[in-house]
Design a binder for this molecule. Structure first.
Ligand code: E4P
Length: 218
């Protein structure tokens, strides 16, 4: 499963990219507002830091303006993936952009049927929002499992399942078990998953015992 960072904060992206384990980045208008950055400049900087797909979301809701915004965003760098909302206008925009060879991430997906439409429109990614479904008492991970099953029934659909709105480490494990192709994760959660108290305890013990041997490897 690929890991994308769900943020527009350059410092966090730089830190994660340095691990060599970051496969891409997703932004959305809320994350851009939170970062307090100029959208175009932030996307350009992120694309220079990360080789993989960098999602940049259109702000319009009509097809014509979405397409114009998308073309401007796609011109920033080759690894820009245009994010469009899961509406008829978004799907039509997705279809046009995909036919032109531009990656599209169809966002705000909350049902398996919506995901199927995104795939038929040629999306590179569809983003089911796991956490926001959990927030309203639905089972977000069940949606990931359903979409995985449906896409596997139709191998011609080339769309990757991008588990979005990930809130905690268990979501990451469950997304991987459900067969999500990608999880986009807030940096705080991504940094958290390396930790385990038994790793810390075990390492402390090994270091203490190694000291007792009086040896050095180098
Ligand atoms: C990313 O593509 C989504 O916009 C993001 O994961 C949404 O996360 P949230 O529900 O925590 O805002």
């Amino acid at each position: 499963m690929k890991f994308f960072a769900d943020t527009a904060e350059i410092a966090e992206i730089r830190e994660l990219a340095a691990t060599g384990l970051l496969d891409g980045v997703t932004t959305n208008p809320s994350l851009i507002a939170k970062a307090g950055r100029n959208f175009i400049e932030a996307v350009r900087e992120i694309c220079e830091l990360v080789e993989g797909p960098v999602s940049a979301e259109v702000a319009a809701t009509d097809e014509e303006t979405m397409l114009a915004e998308a073309r401007k965003l796609a011109a920033i760098a080759e690894n820009v993936a245009i994010k469009v909302p899961l509406t008829w206008a978004g799907l039509k925009t997705c279809r046009t952009l995909s036919q032109d060879g531009i990656m599209v991430n169809v966002t705000l997906c909350f049902s398996a049927n919506q995901a199927l439409l995104a795939a038929k429109a040629g999306a590179a990614f569809v983003s089911p929002f796991v956490g926001r479904m959990d927030d309203v008492g639905e089972d977000g991970m069940a949606l990931i499992r359903d979409i995985r099953t449906i896409f596997d029934n139709y191998p011609d659909l080339g769309t990757e399942v991008l588990a979005a709105s990930i809130r905690h480490p268990r979501h990451i494990t469950e997304a991987a078990l459900a067969g999500a192709d990608v999880a986009t994760v807030p940096p705080s959660v991504l940094k958290q998953i390396v930790n385990h108290p038994l790793t810390d305890k075990g390492l402390a013990q090994f270091l203490a015992d190694w000291k007792k041997t009086g040896q050095s490897i180098l």
